[in-house]
Design a protein around this ligand. Structure first.
Ligand SMILES: C[S@@+](CC[C@H](N)C(=O)[O-])C[C@H]1O[C@@H](n2cnc3c(N)ncnc32)[C@H](O)[C@@H]1O
Length: 448
């Protein structure tokens, strides 16, 4: 089948599978905070020696990037920093009390919003307390997202001294016309200055986020952006598909659907960028990610140690992830829990000495098996059922087998080279909860 026909056939609404079950399919009615605590304590008693991952959501941004799909709060008032940090520290203390000790941290990531909205001094207070001393363990993987506009030398230095060795810069696109449409401005010179400084301080991995499918984006402009990026040689690149979800994120109504490249046009943008990155020595990893061969993400993927969680792809695996802050999601392997989604609600619940957990899901055995298959597909391009593939999965995969996207050999399902662009569609064939309850309205962005 021609590429254009494949695109038309498979460009349906599809989850990005940072979890299974996906958030809209969680059984919130069957969940409460007491059960979450119980499952977390049990998981911790089994896995404490392995250490845990921590995600901290820092939602504030000084201005609205109209494309943004993340949980953010736009404000220029930096008076919000201290009360929010106090709530985070109280939440951390409640978790430590629940677990009976300060857990060993193997991985920590600061996401947003804009973590560098916070002063270096405030971040130091937050993180040194969470580290339980002056800095994180030498072996821990510590990373943060920075906005090129407000990441300062002081941020880089202070975080490095705390143990942070990875920096992720949001770029999205360097084309001035696209930057105007998405209300987000940064020049290659600015990005180069921060990258050079980070490297001179000792940061070992610099990631850039790029997006294809943004309003006003076209092939030549994207080529220029990718060329600028290649010249700066980040260790990793996340090349995301623009997720258009204006029914959730009103900011995306600042432009119209006519401004957004879709279908064949959007796919051609991805292909152009992908080819340029591969030609420049980057290896394609899982979905949307590229890394130099020297980067730990590439090494983990070669060694079959790549993982995927709510933070995206990672080379670390811990059975427990604690999400602190507004809207953060935690995962203890047998349950998910998500915090309150507004800053006010989050702070209010924490102030009443309760965890801010508002919704969640208790995984049953079938969920755990499906989760394993989806993680295998996302991270290793294949999965194994043992003797035979489950019949409903096989019948849902059949069109993709016929179209040469997937091969099935006894109990093994492997994604073929042509199928890599349709990873989300392949995972959907495994998503029992989605097939049991087809959505009445659109929940997810388009697969391509
Ligand atoms: C929360 S943002 C953090 C960016 C960083 N704090 C900054 O401001 O530069 C994380 C990344 O998610 C990606 N992202 C946000 N909204 C998106 C959307 N609608 N579609 C695809 N990717 C998106 C962007 O690449 C962004 O850099």
């Amino acid at each position: 089948m021609a590429i254009n026909e494949l695109l038309r056939k498979y460009n349906v609404a599809a989850p990005r599978y940072t979890s299974y079950p996906t958030v809209p399919y969680w059984d919130n009615d069957q969940f409460n905070a007491a059960q979450w605590k119980q499952r977390l304590i049990t998981a911790y008693s089994l896995h404490k020696l392995e250490g845990i991952s921590v995600y901290i959501h820092l939602p504030f941004c000084e201005s609205l990037c109209t494309y943004c799909g993340c949980n953010t709060r736009i404000t220029k008032n930096h008076g919000v920093e201290t009360p929010y940090i106090s709530a985070l520290l109280k939440e951390w203390k409640m978790y430590c009390e629940l677990l009976g000790e300060q857990p060993k941290i193997k991985e920590i990531h600061l996401g947003g919003g804009t973590p560098t909205f916070f002063s270096a001094e405030n971040l130091k207070h937050l993180l040194a307390t969470i580290a339980g001393g002056n800095r994180f363990d030498e072996q821990a993987t510590c990373s943060f997202e920075g906005h090129p506009d407000n990441t300062t030398a002081e941020h880089l230095q202070v975080l490095y001294e705390l143990g942070f060795k990875r920096l992720s810069l949001g770029i999205q696109d360097f084309d001035p016309k696209v930057q105007f449409m998405i209300n987000r401005y940064q020049t290659p010179q600015q990005v180069k200055a921060i990258t050079d400084l980070a490297r001179s301080i000792g940061y070992q991995s610099v990631n850039y986020d790029l997006i294809y499918g943004l309003p006003g984006q076209y092939k030549e402009g994207l080529k220029n952006t990718v060329e600028e990026v290649i010249a700066l040689r980040p260790d990793r690149i996340a090349f995301y598909s623009y997720a258009h979800v204006p029914w959730i994120k009103a900011g995306q109504r600042h432009f119209t659907e006519n401004d957004i490249p879709q279908g064949d046009e959007k796919f051609a943008l991805y292909e152009t960028g992908r080819q340029m990155l591969v030609n420049a020595g980057y290896e394609e990893i899982g979905m949307d990610h590229f890394a130099l061969k020297t980067d730990s993400l590439y090494i983990a993927s070669k060694e079959g140690k790549l993982h995927r969680n709510f933070m995206g792809y990672t080379d670390q695996h811990t059975p427990i992830l604690l999400g602190l802050g507004v809207s953060s999601i935690s995962d203890c392997g047998t349950a998910f829990a998500q915090n309150a989604k507004t800053v006010e609600e989050y702070k209010q619940v924490i102030a009443s000495d309760e965890l801010a957990v508002q919704k969640g899901h208790l995984l049953n055995l079938e969920d755990i098996q499906i989760r394993r298959h989806i993680s295998n597909l996302m991270c290793r391009n294949q999965t194994d059922f043992g003797a035979v593939v489950d019949t409903p999965v096989l019948s849902r995969l059949q069109p993709m087998i016929d179209d040469g996207l997937v091969s099935v050999n006894a109990g093994n399902v492997t994604i073929k080279a042509l199928g890599k662009s349709y990873l989300r569609n392949v995972c959907m064939a495994f998503d029992a909860r989605l097939w049991q309850r087809q959505p009445q309205t659109q929940l997810f962005s388009a697969a391509i």
